[in-house]
Design a protein around this ligand. Structure first.
Ligand code: GSH
Length: 195
C-alpha cells in the first residue's frame, strides 16, 4: 500500500497531510498547487488535495480523511455506531456552516473570474460565520469536539479556524480559541506545516 498526497499545505491538502502525520503511516508528498500541471494530471479540475492509493486517485479532503481513519481504525468512531452518526453530523455541519462560508469568501475574493465576483457578500458571510461558530461552541465538549477522543471533525474544525484567521473572519470564543491552540501545538500539525 503506497500513499501519495498531492497538494500544498496552504490548501485543504493540509488536512490530509496532518492526518497522515497523526497516523504515523509512510507517504510520499507532492506540494502541487491548485490547477498546476501535476494537479491537472490527477483530476480534470486540478483541485487539491488528492490522495493516490496504489494508483487509485481519491479526491475530497473529508472523503480522504474518512477513508484513512476507517482503514487504520484511529481518529474515528466505528461505522454504524451512534457515535459515528454524531461525528458525521459534526463533519457535515463544519463543512456547511463554516467551510462553505470561508470558501464562498475565497471564491468571490480571488478565485472566480473577476466579473463573477460579488464583493458585497463578505459582511454577510462573516456575520453568518460568527453566528455558526457561537452555536458550535455551545456543543463543544472538550478537550476535543466530542469529548476525550479526537476524530475527523476536529481536524476539519481546527483547519477552518486557521483559515478564518488568515481570511480575517471573526475570531472564535475562548473555548474554541483554546482548542485551536491545542490542536496547532500537536507535533503532527507542526510537522505538516513544516512541509
Ligand atoms: N471539497 C474539496 C475541495 C477541494 C478544493 O476546492 N481545493 C481548492 C484548494 S483549497 C482548489 O484546488 N481549488 C482550485 C479551484 O477551485 O480551481 C476538498 O475538501 O478537498
Amino acid at each position: 500500500m503506497t500513499y501519495t498526497a498531492l497538494g500544498t499545505v496552504q490548501t485543504r491538502a493540509a488536512r490530509v497531510v496532518w492526518m497522515l502525520e497523526e497516523l504515523g503511516v509512510p507517504y510520499d508528498y507532492q506540494p502541487a498547487r491548485p490547477r498546476s500541471e501535476e494537479a491537472l494530471r490527477a483530476t480534470p479540475a486540478g483541485k487539491v488535495p488528492v490522495l493516490i492509493v496504489d494508483g487509485v486517485v481519491l479526491t475530497d479532503s473529508t472523503a480522504i480523511l474518512t477513508y484513512l481513519t476507517d482503514k487504520h481504525g484511529q481518529f474515528t468512531y466505528g461505522a454504524g455506531s451512534l457515535e459515528r452518526a454524531l461525528q458525521d453530523g459534526f463533519t457535515g455541519l463544519i463543512l456547511d456552516e463554516l467551510e462553505g462560508l470561508l470558501w464562498a469568501a475565497s471564491r468571490h475574493g480571488f478565485i472566480l473570474p473577476e466579473e463573477m465576483r460579488v464583493a458585497a457578500l463578505k459582511p454577510s458571510l462573516k456575520w453568518e460565520f460568527e453566528r455558526n461558530l457561537t452555536r458550535l461552541e455551545q456543543r463543544f465538549v472538550g478537550p476535543f469536539l466530542m469529548g476525550a477522543q479526537m476524530t475527523v471533525p476536529d481536524i476539519l474544525l481546527a483547519h477552518c479556524l486557521g483559515w478564518a484567521g488568515a481570511a480575517k473572519f471573526p475570531a472564535p470564543g475562548p473555548l474554541l480559541a483554546a482548542f485551536h491552540g491545542r490542536m496547532t501545538a500537536r507535533p503532527a500539525y507542526q510537522r505538516t506545516m513544516a512541509r
